[in-house]
Design a protein. Structure first.
Length: 423
């Protein structure tokens, strides 16, 4: 399958000035490099998050392993909330001859690789926590920069297609991280393999980024007060950006509430005899559908020349998956729910990504603003357990959890209509 649609006039993205609105389609090699960066970063994130950190916590303290894992992952999540917009803002102001984004992609990956290798030999809980926070710092710096390359380099008419492939890279990386953790013997070797994969995946992009250099004359004046204030994007001044942030937050919160307690749902509500294997089956089905619909949904959006109808429809599909789990608590219902969730979330990731790149306030702050948008991806991971636990334990169990998740997702679909500047 071709990564880019050849059209007359395709040319090197290096011809686009740093702050210009891109008008020339990017080529397959450039797209492949960006996709591979996403694969590597997400393999480095989710191999540890799904398996390796838990294995290490158990070795360090078998009695308190749950508390250790919560501490380490919680600190890492807190770091990710601030690292993404901060490093995005730094990349916006970078005037390196290598471009605005490349130094931060490469530097972030190098920090992530070093911290992963350090985790392989972390002697205690404190070292494990610090090193995982460094992984989050480096990889989120790279995420902020690589995400900003899309509005930097890709014209609007190609963003659905590129956004679909971009999102596909995220999902492939998540699955790849799980495969690494399952296939490699021991958490130390798992960290080493994750580090190697992360480094190798960034090489094609760095060697062919063609990242435009920011003219020093265009660099915004810097002060710490202006820098800090810049992370607040006024919804009154930029209402479409505010609505786009809110809708992404709500849909991601729905998604995380659905997937958070899947193991316990299969074990306690469904009564599936091997819930761990059940989670693997459902995750595989979900990931497969996400990959397919991310690519197809993005391409369909470009062909239609519209974003909002597909974002609304995919948000509603995600909400419907929650209702399937709520009212059909069987393995068959769970399989159907996983397939529906993957169909909706894949299309949503691709098309909403393209929509967001079209409501960014200014070209000079693309990296910072995409970092602020990425908080809408990270914050639901923190809030989902806070909302989900009381619903499951004291307010009606899994029925109330999944109905609430569906309502939240439907709100995300409704609020998309508030965005006026995108069709």
């Amino acid at each position: 399958m071709s990564l880019s649609r050849p059209v007359p006039g395709d040319a090197s993205p290096a011809r686009v000035p740093a702050l210009a609105e891109p008008a020339v389609n990017v080529r397959a090699g450039w797209i492949a490099g960006v996709v591979l960066v996403n694969v590597g970063i997400n393999a480095a994130f989710f191999g540890p998050l799904q398996v390796l950190l838990a294995q290490q916590a158990q070795v360090l303290d078998p009695v308190n392993k749950e508390v250790i894992l919560a501490l380490v992952t919680g600190c890492g999540a807190a770091v990710s909330l601030v690292a993404n917009p901060i490093f995005g803002a730094f990349s916006d102001r970078t005037t390196s001859r290598f471009g605005r984004r490349v130094p931060w992609v490469l530097g972030g990956v190098i920090l992530g690789v070093a911290a992963l290798l350090g985790l392989a030999g972390a002697p205690n809980i404190a070292a494990m926590t610090i090193l995982w926070c460094l992984v989050q710092t480096g990889c989120n710096g790279a995420v902020a920069a690589i995400t900003a390359t899309v509005p930097d380099r890709v014209p609007r008419g190609q963003r659905g297609w590129v956004g679909g492939l971009f999102s596909m890279g995220v999902t492939v990386g998540i699955v790849g991280g799980a495969v690494i953790a399952a296939a490699v013997a021991g958490f130390a070797a798992g960290y080493v393999v994750c580090a190697i994969v992360l480094f190798l995946c960034v090489v094609p992009y760095v060697s062919n980024s063609q990242d435009a250099r920011l003219d020093p004359a265009d660099r915004p004046a810097f002060s710490w007060s202006r820098f800090a204030a810049g992370f607040y994007v006024s919804p009154r001044r930029y209402p479409d950006f505010g609505w786009a942030w809110l809708t992404r937050f709500l849909v991601n919160l729905d998604n995380h509430m659905v997937t958070l307690y899947l193991f316990f749902f299969l074990q306690d509500a469904v009564g599936y005899p091997e819930p761990a294997n059940g989670v693997l089956i459902l995750t595989g089905l979900y990931a497969a559908m996400t990959i397919v619909t991310a690519v197809l949904g993005g391409r369909l959006s470009d062909w239609m020349g519209k974003r909002k109808p597909l974002v609304i429809a995919s948000s509603a599909v995600i909400a419907s998956a929650s209702l399937i789990l709520a009212f059909f608590p069987t393995m068959t219902g769970a399989v159907i729910g996983a397939l529906v969730l993957g169909i909706g979330f894949g299309a949503y990731l691709a098309v909403d990504f393209a929509l967001i790149t079209e409501v960014l306030p200014t070209a000079a702050d693309r990296g910072k603003d995409m970092g602020v948008i990425n908080v809408a991806n990270s914050l639901p991971q923190v809030l989902a357990p806070v909302i989900a636990a009381p619903l499951v334990l004291t307010a009606g169990g899994y029925l109330s959890l999944y109905v609430t998740a569906a309502a939240i997702g439907l709100l995300g679909a409704v609020f998309v209509v508030k965005i006026k500047s995108v069709a």
